[in-house]
Design a protein around this ligand. Structure first.
Ligand SMILES: Cc1cc2nc3c(=O)[nH]c(=O)nc-3n(C[C@H](O)[C@H](O)[C@H](O)COP(=O)(O)OP(=O)(O)OC[C@H]3O[C@@H](n4cnc5c(N)ncnc54)[C@H](O)[C@@H]3O)c2cc1C
Length: 407
């Protein structure tokens, strides 16, 4: 792979691919961005908007595995393992269990990566011309019973939160939280150091505008990799595209993309759901209702409630029971959802160790990867863009913990 590419093709126009394309263009590379623009908006625009720098502990852990039975959807929890997708989640689960034995190494790697996440987001928000997109106001975690409040506080006290800190909510904060919901709650803490994206639509528009100003050429269509010896080209929209470097940043689509040239990637579609409705309620930072594994975020004049980890396949139909469950949570809590709620579902691109794949693809001369950001793709998109540009243009090797060859 050339150390100083003149041209690049980025496959995937989600938040990760867009951030990478922008940083490559900023480093003087002529970038073509290929996206298949699906009717169903991908995870990048349906997520909870939380810049979750407190999440430096990978989800691939014994604690996650131990808690799985009580978190099952059938028992009121957020975890679902649909029978139709057993061929996907069973092998993934075994790999997750193996990865849990490497939890400490994963945590160290994620902590290093996360340390750069917020500074990179400040730069990205400024560079796309909308610094106010990043609201650095932390977030709240609430519990509904005295017992879960005690257990939840203890769990957070025992959790490494990187550069973020957690403290009790103040009397004024508790008052504001009470004013924004109809139901009582038993306790709340505030995380400081985390943030949110103020508005997903504004983010998408700002990124698109910045990409256009940077001269990034957009192409619509589903991309396929074509191998020629150790090099790849890209087939998209009936055309063959060639470039010094090709970056696979296609979220869950990255598995099929790399599979096309015989590179097997153990990605799973970890699907989540949201409902969203207009609101005139209070402007509060994101609220995590931990007893319900649900996060509620305000974007502009809309309120979004998101939840669920459904280990599945991206091509299976959605499960409407999840939207009904979200509606019930919103009603129980008396949240200010005003008017009809819009439903959405989408796939987190998740690798078994819950670390992303960022690096060159072994065995190829011009292919690199930036995918697999699981629950943290929004949080880590800006720093991933910088790492990819430093790798491809500055020849700065990324952290080997994120090499795709670990699988
Ligand atoms: C309910 C929910 C809540 C979440 N909340 C948060 C949160 O609060 N904070 C956080 O940090 N993360 C959150 N996430 C995770 C985050 O949304 C994802 O990690 C992130 O969006 C992944 O971005 P991406 O660009 O890699 O992939 P995607 O958003 O999936 O984008 C990939 C793009 O590539 C395109 N594509 C795929 N294959 C091809 C192909 N062959 N050719 C051309 N184009 C292709 C797709 O159409 C898509 O446009 C959440 C996810 C969900 C589902």
């Amino acid at each position: 792979m050339s150390n100083s590419p003149r041209t690049a093709i980025v496959i995937g126009g989600g938040v990760v691919g867009s951030a990478c394309a922008l940083r490559l263009a900023g480093a003087g590379v002529a970038v073509t961005l290929v996206d298949d623009a699906p009717a169903q908006r991908p995870a990048s625009w349906g997520n909870a908007g939380h810049i979750a720098v407190e999440q430096v502990e990978p989800i691939a852990s014994w604690a996650t595995l131990r808690s799985a039975p009580r978190r099952h959807f059938a028992r009121g929890g957020a975890l679902d393992l649909p029978a139709a997708a057993i061929g996907a989640w069973l092998p993934f689960g075994l790999r997750l269990a193996a990865a849990a034995t490497r939890f400490e190494a994963g945590k160290a790697a994620l902590t290093r990566l996360m340390a750069g996440a917020m500074p990179a987001w400040r730069r990205l928000a400024t560079d796309v011309g909308d610094a106010a997109l990043l609201r650095e106001e932390g977030h709240f975690i609430l519990w509904e019973t005295a017992a879960t409040a005690v257990a939840g506080r203890a769990a957070w006290a025992a959790t490494d939160t990187g550069n973020a800190t957690i403290r009790d909510a103040t009397a004024a904060e508790l008052e504001a939280l009470r004013g924004a919901m109809g139901a009582p709650f038993a306790g709340a803490v505030r995380c400081e150091g985390s943030a949110q994206i103020a508005d997903q639509t504004r983010l998408a528009d700002a990124l698109a505008g910045a990409l256009a100003r940077a001269g990034v050429v957009r192409r619509s269509g589903q991309a396929m990799l074509v191998q020629h010896g150790d090099r790849v080209t890209v087939a998209a929209g009936g055309e063959r595209l060639d470039a010094d470097v090709v970056l696979a940043a296609a979220g869950i689509g990255s598995a099929a993309l790399l599979g096309g040239i015989g590179v097997r990637v153990p990605l799973i579609a970890e699907r989540g759901y949201h409902i969203e409705a207009p609101t005139s309620g209070a402007m509060l930072p994101p609220r995590v209702f931990e007893d319900r594994s649900m996060i509620v975020t305000r974007f502009g004049n809309r309120l979004r409630a998101a939840s669920f980890v459904e280990f599945s396949r991206a091509d299976l139909p959605p499960d409407p029971r999840k939207w009904a469950r979200l509606q019930a949570h919103v009603a129980d809590l008396g949240l200010a959802f005003e008017g009809e709620a819009t439903p959405w579902y989408g796939s987190r691109p998740t690798l078994p160790d819950y670390l992303p794949a960022i690096g060159r693809v072994t065995g190829t001369a011009n292919l690199a990867a930036a995918f697999g950001h699981n629950h943290l793709g929004l949080t880590l998109s800006a720093v991933t863009g910088e790492i990819v540009a430093a790798m491809l243009v500055g020849d700065t090797a990324p952290d080997p913990a994120f090499a795709l060859s670990r699988f």
